[in-house]
Design a protein. Sequence first.
Lengths: 124, 107
Amino acid sequence: QLQLQESGPGLVKPSETLSLTCTVSGGSLRSNNYNWGWIRQPPGRRLEWIGSIYHSGSTYINPSLESRVTISVDTAKNEFSLRLTSVTASDTAVYFCARQSGQSCRGGSCHSDVWGQGTTVTVS
Amino acid sequence: SFELTQPPSVSVAPGQTVSITCSGDQLGDKYVSWYQQKPGQSPVVVIYQDNKRPSGIPERFSGSNSGNPATLTISETQAMDEADYYCQAWDSSTAYVFGSGTQVSVL
């Protein structure tokens, strides 16, 4: 059974870089039918899609975050990562990694069908 | 920018039917997904591509998107369906966007 697990610091200082890793088990990142994504949820607020990556390294990032976000993949380790630079208090959220069902998420055909449990990141 | 709007809350009696709406510009031209999120848990997709139900999701969950708004309908609602529900759609200017969320209370 496919499982995703987020890991990384729970506390990040303002102006620094948030780095998270999602480890995939029970399946391969190299699947041709899926992308791998990050989604966050600030306290008491709606979900926000951050971006996704294909095993080839091709990424699709939320335009509102594009200048600060990097998503990378390590197929050998079966994990993918998120870097968010210059964080502020508004970046405080639960960060989820999720499998995006669809070979290409550009165009709107993807949905998040398997989610990690989420990890809380506080910027303070 | 593209936004999705949902009613903040709806309530339903056990065994009855409840519908949740999701409004957005030209939404009928876009795929809509629906996610269920219970307190302290990760979201679970209950409907994708407007009306497709993932394996393991009960048949009482159905979706439609023939215009604006899109609708998630829960038939024969059970206590376990009490949760927050979010719609999601894509727009070329904003990528994937989630709705404001609707809290479903089973009274």
